[in-house]
Design a protein around this ligand. Sequence first.
Ligand SMILES: [Zn+2]
Ligand SMILES: [Zn+2]
Length: 240
Amino acid sequence: MLVHALLPARCLACGRVVDEQGSLCEVCWKGLRFIGGDLCRICGRPREDGRPGDLACAECADEPPAYDIARAALVYGTVGRSLILSFKHGGRIAGASTFARWMVDAGRPMLTDGSLLLPVPAHRWRLFARGFNQAALLAGHVARQTGLVCLPDTLRRVRRTVSQQGLGSRERRANVTPGAFAVAGRDAHAIADRPVVLIDDVLTTGSTVNACSVILRRAGACRIGVLTLARVAQDETQPI
Ligand SMILES: [Zn+2]
Ligand SMILES: [Zn+2]
């Protein structure tokens, strides 16, 4: 595209000029933390308990989430955070296809044949302000790369909640309830007895995807996965 040819390519995280569209500068690339090693088999949080095997973390063993499995490509650290903020608010969307490739890698255990991809819906007014839903954009690319079906309008927001920016984890949990989401009536049959994968940019407290999972379970989804670009690994109260 002409516009792209005229504008210099910028690092997806920090905005420094780079050689290639949709890439990161050397400094940011080095600071990016991909998630690997021993993970909680449910929430995908890196486990640092030193125990081998397919185990759940203490939090999930204590109180299992409403979804069955969650995986993320990156730790929501310094670079992961700027990457997502530039993507979400700065319109730096050239990385969407790269992000989706990382997500497909991380999401292998749940991206099985017949799984339906459902982006976490954005608020209508936020969608209007931003011009796009970053979760839907990622889900579209994951669909293209895997051949799975994406249903972008099946999950809906039915009540406006206040922005979670600047809220602590307890306030966030209180801010999103299952009543905030619904499955569009005409699509309810599409979910019944199917494995579904919720797609979002970042997993923080899990309150949003838990609320969505409750609704999807009620609609008959047989397995609920959550796939995000990044997740908060240590400090669950770190604000977005
Ligand atoms: Zn950079
Ligand atoms: Zn866990």
